[in-house]
Write a protein that binds this ligand. Structure first.
Ligand code: GCV
Length: 707
């Protein structure tokens, strides 16, 4: 396997070869002693220079220039050579905790940051730029005599979002139903095994390095469903958590823990976990103090409360603001935060009751609490009102809580999008969500979802469930690495073009390893991945209706699998039509949770976007979509098309076989997954088409075979 960081593990987007441009230069790293991430910068540069013949100086220890690249903290000021000194003087104090400045003057590339984390992000930016950081292939030798030909004006880069976080749903023990990693499709946990630490800290460090390179600054290391063993991470297993924090720290990543709301009872022996009880509050205060003794830069707690069987404040007749604020009070003296999840709904619903609508639940529970949460509470809201389906509207909670810090939650792990057996590049979906305007154009479109969570006063961010496990390719399907990459980059720059991010990922992961023209590989990967989310949507549940998956493990088709269950996930197909009536006029009233114009747009069958029609409306099979097709014909057409597209995806990859463009083992791994994708896509096509043919009795207008 090329470019290993730890033995036998794929280097993903940081193969040593990606450091060639930087590693062949004369580099000054100044201020590296100032904190762990800056020390990491020196280490990274030294390793690259050792591999590619460059030279690294650490100044001000007497090394002399000239330099091609200066990476420095602005505080180093007068100790810096020109042109960095002048830049540092003017930039000092303007770059923030994580920002950096990049400039190129007279043959010298300068990266400056006010704080160590910024320097680390600047370093990885230079890696991404490759030769172009040094003036491109022609002007990049540092010998242009300072004629300014390859100068770059100073550009400041800052993350748009304050919190850029990955949550792991990793269990300490193998859970009898959910396994070691709940909804994990890449093997075991990189943190835990057999009830304790996995003990592979180099692997954790390699993970932290990959995450820092895409701008992630927070990780939570255990499942939000906190079972008995994980509950004890807060107390007797704190040492194991501290070891993980030590591995993340050099890469500027703060560690978080999911905690059990009932800990005062389970661990502390108290008779109650009532958030307004004095003893309970004192217990949490002491628990937090102990955590900060062990991990001074601990990030905080993640909490799933009153959800899918997890304990919470409802048991004591208290609100979620009471619950979150109690934990916030315990963490506040140490600068910690509470990530309180808004995924609260009734999972024991009677399917006969058509008035209860799971989609309404998060808004109904949380919107009335706006303004009641403490300053160090971040409300973590799934991007859609249901549960990470292939297509959902944006959650109305996001527009409804202007006085609450919000983080939007994505799912990088592909629970409902092919479980890392199918190619499904999610960048375009996330990009659509981030660009969604909850008030339409009414405010000139300024308030997108991204802008709402980026608002510095709000101080929220983006969180995602990680897709990483102990698989040698990290993500099971090697191409699923692109989802992790794109998530981090979108959390840094939410308006980045997801197709351009795919190019970045290809340029780092594959291109540096090639001594030949990468164009055919690039073409094939774009053909396979750019539209893969829409392809997946075509052959699975139609028009936003969702949840036609096998109950439990959620892989593969089962149209009625969830139809008569307590989970609140129904499509209501009958002989006449399909879809959920969520209108105010005749349905559950969910459309009323949106501000204008969406409240009206979604309410109207005529104006509702096709791709969400069945999410909002129950319509006859003959209902004509904006596309001109009837609903049932659309179902047939998209399912035939989607399964064909999956087969074409495999053909593109097959054509790369033996061309020397990708490692043979990686090629084989992807091909094996594509075979399964093609099989499964056909199964989806045939089950969904047969189901609707049998229900509706409407034949396919094109006479294709439907079993
Ligand atoms: C961790 C869905 C998943 C669960 C997950 C839950 C959540 O229901 O199927 O596995 O639990 O979401 O987000 O808490």
């Amino acid at each position: 396997m090329n470019g290993d960081v730890t033995t036998g593990v794929h280097a993903a987007w940081l193969p040593p070869e990606a450091f060639r441009a930087l590693g062949s230069r004369r580099v000054l790293v100044q201020g590296a002693e100032a904190g762990a991430p800056a020390g990491t910068v020196h280490e990274e540069v030294a390793r690259a220079c050792a591999a590619y013949g460059g030279r690294v100086g650490r100044g001000p220890g007497g090394e002399t220039g000239p330099y091609d690249l200066v990476l420095a903290l602005t505080g180093a000021g007068s100790a810096l050579p020109e042109p960095a000194r002048a830049q540092a003087r003017s930039a000092r104090g303007t770059l923030g905790d994580e920002g950096f400045l990049l400039a190129r003057r007279g043959g010298v590339t300068v990266v400056l940051a006010d704080a160590p984390a910024g320097l680390l992000y600047g370093l990885f930016h230079v890696v991404r730029l490759g030769e172009s950081a040094f003036g491109g292939e022609d002007g990049g030798d540092g010998k242009d005599g300072g004629d300014g030909k390859d100068d770059l004006p100073a550009a400041v880069h800052r993350p748009a979002l304050r919190t850029r976080m990955l949550d792991h749903w990793d269990n300490l023990d193998v859970h009898p139903v959910m396994g070691q990693v709940e909804r994990g499709y890449a093997g075991g946990s990189i943190f835990w095994r057999d009830g304790g630490p996995r003990g592979d800290l180099p692997r954790v460090r390699a993970y932290a390095r990959l995450l820092a390179a895409v701008g992630i600054n927070a990780v939570s290391v255990n499942n939000v469903n906190v079972h008995a063993a994980e509950t004890r991470l807060l107390t007797e297993r704190l040492g194991d958590v501290a070891d993980l924090a030590d591995a993340f720290r050099p890469y500027g990543i703060r560690l978080h823990l999911s905690v059990n709301f009932a800990s005062p009872v389970v661990l502390g022996g108290l008779p109650t976990a009532d958030p307004l009880d004095g003893d309970v509050r004192a217990w949490w205060g002491k628990a937090a103090a102990r955590v900060y003794e062990a991990i001074p830069d601990f990030g905080g707690f993640v909490v799933k409360a009153d959800s899918e069987g997890q304990p919470g404040p409802f048991t004591y007749g208290r609100s979620h603001a009471d619950g979150a604020n109690m934990l916030a009070e315990a963490l506040a003296p140490f600068g910690g935060e509470v990530h309180w999840r808004a995924f609260v709904y009734d999972h024991t619903q009677d399917w006969r009751d058509r008035s209860t609508d799971r989609a309404r639940a998060a808004y109904d529970h949380f919107a009335p609490l706006d303004g009641e949460f403490a300053a160090n509470v971040v409300l973590q809201v799934k991007h859609g009102p249901m549960d990470f389906q292939t297509r959902e509207p944006v959650s109305p909670v996001i527009a409804a809580m202007p006085a609450t810090r919000l983080a939007v939650e994505f799912q990088v792990t592909q629970e409902y999008t092919g479980q890392q057996r199918h190619v499904c590049y999610l960048g375009p979906m996330w990009s659509e969500i981030l660009g969604f305007q909850p008030w339409g154009g009414a405010d000139d479109g300024r308030r997108t979802v991204a802008a709402l969570v980026a608002d510095p006063a709000a101080g929220g961010g983006l969180v995602a469930v990680s897709n990483v496990g102990d698989d040698p390719y990290w993500t099971g399907h090697p191409l699923a690495q692109a989802n992790l990459y794109a998530f981090g980059r979108l959390a840094w720059a939410p308006h980045a073009d997801p197709v351009a991010l795919l190019d970045e990922w290809i340029d780092l992961t594959f291109v540096p390893l090639l001594s030949r023209d990468p164009a055919p590989l690039r073409r094939a990967l774009h053909a396979m991945m750019d539209g893969s989310w829409r392809t997946y949507e075509r052959y699975t549940a139609p028009l936003g209706v969702g949840f036609m998956v096998r109950p439990g493990h959620h892989y593969g088709p089962d149209v009625d699998g969830y139809e008569y269950t307590p989970w609140g996930t129904y499509h209501y197909a009958d002989r006449d039509g399909v879809g959920v009536d969520r209108t105010r006029a005749t349905g559950t009233g969910y459309t009323g949770q949106y501000p204008q114009p969406w409240s009206e747009v979604y309410e109207s069958q005529e104006r509702c976007p096709d791709e969400l029609l069945l999410f909002f409306h129950h319509v006859p099979y003959g209902h004509v979509l904006h596309s001109g097709a009837t609903v049932v014909q659309h179902i047939y057409d998209t399912h035939f098309a989607g399964a064909d597209e999956a087969a074409r995806t495999r053909s593109h990859w097959r054509e790369l076989a033996g061309a020397g463009l990708v490692d043979a083992a990686l090629h084989a791994r992807v091909l094996e997954r594509l075979d399964e994708q093609v099989r499964c896509a056909r199964e989806w096509r045939d089950q969904v088409n047969a189901y609707f043919l049998r229900k509706s009795g409407v034949p396919d207008a094109h006479g294709r075979h439907i079993p």
